[in-house]
Design a protein around this ligand. Structure first.
Ligand SMILES: [Ca+2]
Ligand SMILES: [Ca+2]
Length: 153
């Protein structure tokens, strides 16, 4: 009974870890609707086309004023910023990043700048998570085998 409890806890821990590692909010630059990492007049033109039924490379970026919907107010905001020195769009801007106010699911439009890691050191994001999962599996198996041997002894 207790070994089932341990295995159950190990499975739950693995699922939680997989959720934390796997759940990432998409990254983008607000206003950069063509996803070329620059917010300029081309984005104004692309956003205008999008609002009239066209397509854009990055739909997250179209909500320029960060009110949760892409509409003509966003076009006005972006036009003012690009052409008249108006207010900058809210974060993520001007660098690539996640939406701090209303995270969503979807595909990222840009890659945030990564800290420089020396080539001979592994990145902890990939290796660290993998090693942690492996250690948890080994621990669960060791505990389970120990319980099995004590039951049969
Ligand atoms: Ca752009
Ligand atoms: Ca908006």
């Amino acid at each position: 009974m207790r070994q089932r409890y341990v295995v159950f806890l190990a499975v739950i821990a693995l699922l939680l870890l997989a959720t934390v590692v796997g759940a990432q909010n998409p990254t983008f630059i607000r206003g950069d609707v063509n996803a070329d990492n620059v917010v300029d007049g081309v984005d104004v033109t692309e956003l205008q086309g999008y609002l009239f039924g066209g397509t854009i490379a990055c739909e997250f970026a179209a909500d320029v004023n960060d009110d949760g919907i892409a509409n003509t107010f966003d076009l006005s905001y972006l036009t003012d910023y690009v052409n008249s020195g108006g207010s900058e769009p809210p974060a993520p801007f001007p660098n690539c990043g996640e939406d701090p106010t209303s995270p969503q699911a979807g595909t990222s439009c840009c890659e945030p700048a990564q800290p420089v890691v020396p080539e001979n050191l592994p990145s902890m994001t990939g290796y660290g998570a993998g090693v942690l999962v492996l250690l948890m599996i080994v621990a669960a198996v060791v505990i389970w085998r120990k319980k099995q041997s004590s039951v049969h002894a």
